[in-house]
Design a protein around this ligand. Structure first.
Ligand code: AMP
Length: 495
C-alpha cells in the first residue's frame, strides 16, 4: 500500500514525499479513502499512530475545491489542549505547503484580536479548544453554520477534562449534514454514546492497542522510599546511570510537583524544563520547542499537559509518580520506543504504590520487571510500615545494600506535603479556566487579553509552593552527569 493508492491529490502527495513518508500507517491507509468519500469515521487510535495525518491529508485534498467566507469556517477541528491544537496547525503547515489555505488557531492564552482578524478574513480550517471557541461564538464573532467537516480529536481526553458539555453545545451549532471524524484512544461507554450521537453510519477503524504498540520499550520498576526528596534522589541517580539517555520525559501526577521537580533538577545541574497546565501559552510553547529542538534534554510534565504531544525520538520515560489511571501508564511509556526505535521506561515505586502497580500490570497483561530488587529489598524502615508487597522476583542485578534506598532512609523526615495530594491535575485543569494568573516556573509572558471564562480571581485556598523538606545536597556540576544533560550553551540541532 502506498500513499498514491489512497485517492489524495497531487499537491498533498508532493507534501507527503517532502515530509519523507514512504508508506501510510494503518490508520492512514484505512481512514483516508473513507474521509475522501465523505463518510463519517470513528477512529480508535492513540497518538503516535499517525492519526493527525489521517485526517489532515484528506482534509487538504477536500478543501482544494471551494472558498472560505468571512466568519464562516469550512472545517472545524476540536482538540482538548492548546498544545495538541498547535500541533495540528503545524501539520496543516507541513502538509499544506502547496496549498493557499487560511488556517486559524483558536486557543486560550492568546489575544482575541489576532484570532478575530483571522476569522474575519475567512477560514478554511479552524482548529480550536472548546472553551475558547465558545468564547468567540458568544462574542458573535463566529458562525458555525458553514462547517462541512468536523473533527473531534482525543474524545476520551475531552471526557477526562470535563469538556463533553462544551462539545455537545458546539456540535449542535454545526450543520446536521456535516461530515464527522471522531478519534479516541479508548472507547468507554460515555464515548460510545457520544459517537452514536454525533456520527451517521460511521466507518469504525481500530488500530493496534496501545499495549501491543509498546513492544520496543524496556520497562523497569525502581523501588524507592516514598518521601519526595528520596524519590528525587533516586531519580537523579537513575538518570545519571542511563548512558543511553539522549532525552527523556519525567512524569509527575500533580502539576505542583512538576514545578518542584524541575527546579530541583536544575539546581542539581540537569538541563530540564517544565510543562504543566498552569503555565501560560508562551511559556509552554517555549518549553516544548526547546525540548523538541534538542536544546533541553529533560522535560518534566503532567499527563494532561503532555497528552498527545508530538515529540519524536524520546529515548527515556521516567514515571516519577506511578500514574493513577493505568491507561496513563500506556500513554506515558508510548512516548518512547516510537516508530520501531527502542526506548526505556522507568517507574519509581514506593511502598504505597502496590495497588496502582497491580492495575497497570493487569491492563498490560504482564508483570514489569524490577530494575534491581523489589520493595521488599528496601531498607526495613522504608518498606515495613506501609508495604505488604509480596515481592516478586526482579531481575536483581545488584544487592539492596548497594542501592540508594539507604540514602533515602538517612534523610527521611516523614512524609512530606501529603495534604497536597488530594487534587488531581484533571480537576485542576478544568478549574484553571476560571483563574487568571499562571503559576509557572517559566518566565512570565506579557498578560494576554483575558477570556471571560478566565476572568475570575484565583481561588484564595491556594497555597504558595514550598519545599522545606527537600534536603537534597546538590552535586557539583560534572560529577557523573553526562555532559549533554548539563545546562550549557547548545547548538540548535536539526529536527
Ligand atoms: P500522530 O499519531 O499524528 O501524533 O503522529 C505521530 C508521528 O508520526 C508524527 O511525528 C508524524 O510526523 C509521524 N508520521 C505520521 N504519518 C507517518 C508516516 N506515514 N510515516 C512516517 N511517519 C509518520
Amino acid at each position: 500500500m502506498s500513499f498514491s493508492d489512497l485517492g489524495l491529490s497531487e499537491k498533498v502527495l508532493q507534501a507527503v514525499t517532502t515530509a519523507g513518508y514512504t508508506e501510510p500507517t494503518p490508520i492512514q491507509a484505512q481512514a483516508i479513502p473513507h474521509v475522501l468519500a465523505r463518510r463519517d469515521v470513528l477512529g480508535i487510535a492513540q497518538t503516535g499512530t499517525g492519526k493527525t495525518a489521517a485526517f489532515t491529508l484528506p482534509m487538504l485534498t477536500l478543501l482544494e475545491t471551494g472558498r472560505a467566507r468571512a466568519r464562516m469556517p469550512r472545517t472545524l477541528i476540536l482538540e482538548p489542549t492548546r498544545e495538541l491544537a498547535a500541533q495540528v496547525e503545524e501539520s496543516f503547515e507541513r502538509y499544506g505547503t502547496n496549498h493557499k489555505l487560511n488556517v486559524a488557531l483558536i486557543i486560550g492564552g492568546v489575544s482575541f484580536a489576532d484570532q478575530d482578524a483571522k476569522l474575519t478574513r475567512g477560514t478554511d480550517v479552524l482548529i480550536a479548544t472548546p472553551g475558547r471557541l465558545l468564547d468567540h461564538f458568544e462574542r458573535g464573532k463566529l458562525l458555525l453554520t458553514g462547517v462541512e467537516l468536523l473533527v473531534i480529536d482525543e474524545a476520551d481526553r475531552m471526557l477526562d477534562m470535563g469538556f463533553i458539555p462544551d462539545i455537545e453545545r458546539i456540535v449542535k451549532m454545526v450543520p446536521f449534514t456535516r461530515q464527522t471524524l471522531f478519534f479516541s484512544a479508548t472507547m468507554p461507554p460515555e464515548i460510545e454514546r457520544l459517537a452514536d450521537m454525533f456520527l451517521h453510519t460511521p466507518q469504525r477503524i481500530e488500530v493496534a492497542r496501545p499495549s501491543s504498540a509498546a513492544t520496543t520499550i524496556t520497562q523497569r520498576l525502581v523501588a524507592t522510599p516514598g518521601e519526595d526528596h528520596a524519590k528525587r534522589d533516586r531519580l537523579r541517580r537513575l538518570i545519571r546511570a542511563e548512558e543511553s539517555l539522549t532525552n527523556g520525559i519525567i512524569f509527575c501526577n500533580r502539576k505542583r510537583d512538576v514545578a518542584t521537580l524541575q527546579k530541583s533538577l536544575v539546581s542539581h545541574g540537569f538541563d530540564a524544563v517544565a510543562l504543566h497546565g498552569d503555565m501560560d501559552q508562551r511559556a509552554r510553547m517555549a518549553a516544548l520547542d526547546g525540548f523538541r529542538n534538542g536544546e533541553t534534554s529533560l522535560l518534566v510534565a503532567s499527563d494532561v499537559a503532555a497528552r498527545g504531544l508530538d515529540i519524536p525520538a524520546v529515548s527515556h520515560v521516567f514515571n516519577f509518580d506511578i500514574p493513577r489511571h493505568p491507561e496513563d501508564y500506556v500513554h506515558r511509556i508510548g512516548r518512547t520506543g516510537r516508530a520501531g526505535r527502542s526506548g526505556a521506561a522507568f517507574t519509581l515505586i514506593t511502598p504505597d504504590d502496590e495497588r496502582s502497580l497491580g492495575a497497570i500490570e493487569t491492563l498490560i497483561g504482564q508483570p514489569i520487571p524490577w530494575l534491581d530488587g523489589d520493595l521488599s529489598s528496601l531498607p526495613a524502615s522504608d518498606a515495613e510500615p506501609r508495604s505488604r508487597h509480596r515481592g516478586r522476583a526482579g531481575d536483581g542485578r545488584r544487592k539492596a545494600s548497594d542501592r540508594g534506598g539507604k540514602e533515602g532512609r538517612e534523610r527521611s523526615e516523614g512524609r512530606e506535603r501529603s495534604e497536597g495530594r488530594e487534587r488531581s491535575e484533571g480537576r485542576e485543569r478544568s478549574e484553571s479556566r476560571h483563574r487568571s494568573a499562571p503559576r509557572s516556573a517559566a518566565p512570565a509572558a506579557p498578560k494576554p487579553e483575558q477570556s471571560r471564562r478566565d476572568e475570575a480571581p484565583r481561588r484564595s485556598t491556594q497555597r504558595p509552593e514550598r519545599d522545606e523538606a527537600d534536603h537534597d545536597t546538590p552535586v557539583g556540576l560534572g560529577s557523573h552527569v553526562p555532559a549533554f544533560l548539563l545546562r550549557a550553551p547548545t547548538v540548535k540541532r536539526e529536527r
